[in-house]
Design a protein around this ligand. Structure first.
Ligand SMILES: *[C@@H]1O[C@H](CO)[C@@H](O)[C@H](O)[C@H]1NC(C)=O
Ligand SMILES: *[C@@H]1O[C@H](CO)[C@@H](O)[C@H](O)[C@H]1NC(C)=O
Ligand SMILES: *[C@@H]1O[C@H](CO)[C@@H](O)[C@H](O)[C@H]1NC(C)=O
Ligand SMILES: *[C@@H]1O[C@H](CO)[C@@H](O)[C@H](O)[C@H]1NC(C)=O
Length: 325
């Protein structure tokens, strides 16, 4: 009787969605590739979500878009599950109505990539299941700014920011802002290295030891909200810049090409993910940013993505900042 009911439940779950044998085959090879294991019940639930994601990806890739999608480590998740684990759960106070960036008004190259100018950008990291993107945007920026100033590229601690930066309106795995994290480092008088204060992807007690500080911040520069030309000027003449934007479902499975979206918003209250602009360029007349993400090097273009530049795409010019060392 139990077996009959189980079979009936499985058949009806599958037939309600018309899963094909091929979709199950793709799911099983995806599971093997990503070392996934599920209970019997969870297996069919995840198979359905995977099949929906794969159909959406295949349909997108058949269309004429400036970017392609592909399966990745998130392909067994719905967007709402993804949002809970990887994005800010509530809006952050991101708005520098008038920033303190002084434009150089100097000549700006047509393209720049700080990864190619020297040893200035650390390897792509992985925030895992914790809304700590803001700490990776912060360390990525400070690592680069420090390396440009000193010639030494040292991976810095995200975990110190997760555990210790609450007094500056940061909230560990629930979100925060690079500008507020730079303020914390400035007033705290230092940030430890990744090696000395390693990442755990959970909130813990603050274990900062001032005698082990490795990087410092003298001042914080906020770029005026929505002034994307200031961002270009800063990346062209100074260093990589932290920024935030709104991630919508079409971004989760980004593979390569220039990302654009009509689904995202362009305002400060909707941005939900912080990243690092390490350069910019232009592809067949479409200007783009080169951006370092924190979803491991197996996501996107070896962990990076390109997003259209010049239109405040998905609010990317809403709150950008960088430290002075
Ligand atoms: C694809 O999109 C590009 C850019 O929008 C356009 O120039 C081109 O004509 C489109 N091609 C097709 C086959 O629709
Ligand atoms: C925004 O700022 C206010 C005032 O400082 C603070 O009370 C509030 O918690 C902040 N919001 C977030 C999400 O940090
Ligand atoms: C920059 O932004 C931070 C956090 O949003 C804020 O605390 C600080 O006062 C701002 N600094 C300037 C110079 O506007
Ligand atoms: C947001 O988009 C709307 C509609 O395209 C546009 O009118 C507005 O100027 C944009 N706002 C910002 C801050 O980019």
């Amino acid at each position: 009787m139990v077996n009959v009911l189980l079979v009936f439940a499985l058949v009806s779950a599958a037939s309600a969605f018309h899963l094909s044998g091929q979709e199950e085959f793709h799911f099983k090879s995806w599971m093997a590739q990503h070392n996934k294991m599920y209970s019997m019940k969870e297996y069919y639930n995840r198979l359905q979500i995977f099949a929906q994601n794969k159909r959406m990806i295949d349909k997108h890739n058949e269309g004429n878009h400036s970017f392609t999608m592909r399966l990745n480590q998130f392909s067994d998740m719905t967007f709402s599950e993804f949002r809970k684990s990887f994005l800010w759960s509530e809006p952050q106070n991101c708005s520098a109505t008038r920033g303190n960036y002084l434009s150089s008004n100097g000549p700006r190259p047509d393209s720049i990539d700080w990864r190619k100018k020297g040893n200035y950008v650390t390897d792509v990291k992985n925030q895992l299941s914790c809304g700590s993107c803001w700490t990776f945007s912060t360390t990525g920026c400070l690592e680069s700014v420090t390396a440009i100033a000193t010639g030494r590229l040292v991976p810095l601690s995200e975990q110190q920011l997760v555990d210790c930066a609450q007094d500056f309106n940061n909230h560990g795995c629930n979100g925060g802002l690079p500008s507020q994290a730079f303020e914390y480092i400035m007033y705290n008088k230092g940030l430890m290295t990744e090696l000395d204060y390693p990442y755990t992807a959970t909130e813990g007690i603050c274990k900062y030891q001032s005698q082990m500080a490795s990087a410092y911040v003298k001042d914080v520069v906020n770029i005026t909200a929505y002034d994307e030309m200031e961002m270009v000027d800063a990346v062209a003449t100074h260093n990589p810049v932290s920024f935030a934007f709104e991630v919508t479902p079409d971004f989760m499975h980004y593979h390569q090409g220039v990302y654009t979206s009509t689904k995202c918003h362009n305002t400060t209250d909707k941005v939900n993910h912080a990243v690092l602009a390490v350069g910019y360029g232009e592809d067949n007349g479409t200007p783009y940013w080169i951006v370092k993400n924190s979803w491991s090097s197996s996501w996107g273009i070896d962990g990076y993505f390109l997003i259209e530049r010049g239109k405040n795409m998905c609010g990317l010019a809403a709150c950008s900042s960088f430290p002075v060392v």
